[in-house]
Design a protein around this ligand. Structure first.
Ligand code: NAP
Length: 277
């Protein structure tokens, strides 16, 4: 990157209009008075490789990557971090001065930082965790929970074979629970995380019975539209500590912004308000 150039970053996906990342990075750029731009870009699958070759030439220092390219970029990157390899997807690219593309996955980091910020007394190792869902987000959550010392993960997904695959990938601390049994494994859980899209605006409501939730359990939802999902409402009514999904979105963006623009941004009320509009 030439020093006289204004650094550019952005988010690449298809579709991209829904992405909240431009609002967040735009807010941070303004707040810290940084000369730079963050641009949403929709690219067709057959143009992905070409776009990744061209963008550094145009002054881009890196990118976020979202659906449907989080897996495909692993093949196109020159260097992939261990955690992105383990998760099987990348969401953050850095275009290095030597021309190499570095791919990382910060979703698990964002998930953990959100819990650390909003539930500072939470002890991941104090008991089993229940993870609902076995999609891309679940992989990042499971890797970070295992890293933080959770003794057992009870993983439940509508399509069992996807949960079985995660057990195969992540080992014996993951135990698969039938989807119809998910409500029966909450009682002694220290942590419950929804990584499905259930409860999101436009998606069906979560129908897993929640009466087994106990006071003291930390319940986190990755869904952030709406902010207060039924899961979080019921959990709070039953005395659980709850954490909504928007903080994960904010925290996962921190490492990329810092690498691209040279300033570690704050995840504070103003950043949250910027994303929630
Ligand atoms: P994904 O790979 O498409 O996985 C979707 C998951 O939801 C799968 O486990 C799927 O089960 C389950 N699901 C969908 N419809 C269902 C239904 N009707 N009944 C039961 N299960 C159903 O998506 P993802 O990337 O993992 O994202 C999942 C959710 O997390 C989305 O709402 C996304 O917005 C949110 N998310 C939030 C953040 C954040 O920063 N807060 C980050 C990443 C993702 P099957 O396997 O049976 O289809």
């Amino acid at each position: 990157m030439r020093p006289d150039r204004i650094p550019l970053a952005g988010v690449l996906g298809a579709p991209i209009a829904h992405s909240k990342s431009p609002r967040l990075h735009g807010h941070w750029l303004r707040t810290y008075g940084i000369q730079g731009h963050y641009i949403p870009m929709e690219v067709a699958p057959e143009k992905l490789a070409e776009a990744l070759r061209m963008l550094p030439e145009l002054g881009f220092v890196g990118l976020n990557v979202t659906i449907p390219y989080k897996e495909a970029v692993l093949e196109l990157a020159d260097l992939v971090t261990d955690r992105a390899t383990l998760i099987g997807a990348a969401n953050t690219l850095i275009f290095r001065a030597d021309g190499k593309i570095h791919a990382d996955n910060t979703d698990g980091y964002g998930f953990m930082e959100n819990l650390r910020q909003n539930a500072p007394d939470w002890q991941p190792a104090s008991g089993p965790a229940v993870v609902l869902g076995a999609g891309g987000a679940a992989r990042a959550v499971i890797v970070s929970l295992l890293d933080s010392g959770v003794p057992e993960i009870r993983l439940s997904n509508r399509t069992r074979i996807r949960a079985d695959k995660l057990r195969e990938d992540f080992g014996h601390r993951v135990r698969v629970v039938e989807w119809v049994q998910a409500g029966n494994v909450f009682e002694d859980a220290a942590t419950v995380v929804n990584t499905t899209s259930l409860g999101m605006v436009g998606k069906p409501e979560m129908r897993v019975p929640l009466d087994g939730l106990r006071a003291g359990t930390l319940v986190a939802d990755l869904v952030y539209t709406p902010l207060q999902t039924r899961l979080l409402r019921v959990a709070a009514d039953q005395g659980c500590q709850t954490v909504d999904g928007v903080g994960m979105l904010l925290h996962q963006a921190v490492p990329g912004f810092e690498r691209w623009f040279g300033h570690r941004p704050e995840v504070d009320a103003a950043a949250r308000a910027a994303v929630l509009g």
